[in-house]
Design a protein around this ligand. Sequence first.
Ligand SMILES: NC(=O)C1=CN([C@@H]2O[C@H](COP(=O)(O)OP(=O)(O)OC[C@H]3O[C@@H](n4cnc5c(N)ncnc54)[C@H](O)[C@@H]3O)[C@@H](O)[C@H]2O)C=CC1
Ligand SMILES: O=C(O)C(=O)COP(=O)(O)O
Length: 409
Amino acid sequence: MANTSLDKSKIRILLLEGVHQSALDTLHEAGYTNIEYLKHSLAEDELKEKIADAHFIGIRSRTQLTEAVFEAASKLVAVGCFCIGTNQVDLKAATRRGVAVFNAPFSNTRSVAELVLAQAILLLRGIPEKNAKAHRGDWLKSAKDSYEIRGKKLGIIGYGNIGTQFSVLAESLGMKVYFYDVVSKLSIGNATQVNSLKELLNISDVVSLHVPETPATKYMFGPEQLAQMKPGSILMNASRGTVVDIEALAETLKSGKLLGAAIDVFPVEPKSNDEEFVSPLREFDNVILTPHIGGSTIEAQENIGREVAEKLAMYSDNGTTVSSVNFPEVALPSHPGQHRLLHIHENIPGVMSEINRVFSDNGINICGQYLQTQEDIGYVVIDVDKAYGELALEKLKSVRGTIRCRVLF
Ligand SMILES: NC(=O)C1=CN([C@@H]2O[C@H](COP(=O)(O)OP(=O)(O)OC[C@H]3O[C@@H](n4cnc5c(N)ncnc54)[C@H](O)[C@@H]3O)[C@@H](O)[C@H]2O)C=CC1
Ligand SMILES: O=C(O)C(=O)COP(=O)(O)O
C-alpha cells in the first residue's frame, strides 16, 4: 500500500517571530524535526517563497497571512498564532482552502492586565514625565497632577478575557469599574456595564481599550471619542494599533487635555528590533510607549509556545480541531490499528450522502465517524480498517464540494 500518511520528518514547519523555545521542545517531543525557526517576521514576497513548501506555520501578531500568501501556500495544513489576536490572518482565505487556524486565547491575558494596571498607576502619578525629566537632570518634586488610583473610575472598552482580568485587579486597588461592550456581559465583581461609549468616556478617569481588531473597531477611537473624554483623564491602548487614531491622539495631547496615555500597539510596527520605531507620540513625555509587549512575559510566552505547538501536533497526528478559530471543532479519540480519513468540504447539501455512498458502494466498513459543520465548511472524520484507507482516500477526493482530504495512519 502507498505510504500516504506523511512521514513526520517530511512535515515542514516554519516558525516565525521568535516563538518561545517551548514550542520547539513540544514539537520535537511529538516527533517533528523538520522545523525552520526565524526570530523575525517576513514581508509578503519572502513569506510567499518560504511558505510554499510548509505544512504548518507558526506566527505572532506581526506576520500578515493574506489571501496572496495563502495562494502561495499549497501544502499548508494549519496555522498556529502564538498569541491571542488572529486579525493578522485572513481567516476566510484559510477556511476556503481547508487550512485550520489555532491560537492561544488565554495564555497572555494576565500579562496584559498587569501591564495596563501598572501603567494606570504610573500615569496617575505623572511618573513618565518625572522620570524623563530626571534622566535629563531636572528635579520635578511636586504633587501637582499626582493622584492615587484608589477611588478613580476605570472605563474598560471590550469586557472580554483581558478586560475582565483588568477589572478584577483594578477593583482590588479600590477603583470603580465601568465597561462598554457590544455584547451584554455578566459583570465580574462590582463592575457596571454602561449603554454607550460616550457615557463611559464622560465618566472615566482612566480609559482602557481591550477590543479585537475588526471592521467595527478600526479607528473606533478618533477625534469624537477623544473630545468625549474627561479633561485630565488617561487613555490606554494595548489592543490593536488600528483601534486608535494616533494623529488625533497626538493633537489632543498637544492641547494638554489628557493627563497622559499608554500605547503598546501602533498602526505600523517595526518588523524586527533592528527597525526604527516611528510615531508622532515620541515627543510626549507623558506618554508611555511600549513596543507591543503586553503579552511578552516569560510566563506567557512559555505557556503560549507549548499550548499552540500542542494544538498543531494534535491536529497533525490525530485531526482534533478543538479551539480552532475558523474550523468546526471536533475532539477525537486515538485510532489504533485504523486509518483515519479527514475530509474538509463545502457545507452544501448532499455532500455527506455522497461521502457515505463511497463507503457503502465500495464495501468499506466505517469504524467511527465524527462530523461537525459551520456556515461555510464541514469537517468529517472517518476511521476505517487500515486495509481500506488508500482506496477511501482516492474516492473521497472526487466527492463534489471536497476542499481537502488526507489520511492519518
Ligand atoms: N498588546 C498585546 O500584546 C496584546 C494585545 N491583545 C489584543 O487584545 C484583544 C482583546 O483580547 P481578549 O480580551 O483576550 O479578547 P476577548 O475576545 O476575550 O474580548 C474582546 C471583547 O471586546 C468586545 N468587543 C468586540 N467588538 C467591540 C466593539 N466594537 N466595541 C466594544 N466591545 C467590543 C467583545 O464583545 C469582547 O467582550 C485581542 O484581540 C488582541 O488584539 C491580546 C493579547 C496581547
Ligand atoms: O496576543 C496578542 O494578540 C498580541 O498582541 C501579542 O502579540 P505578540 O505575540 O507579542 O506579537
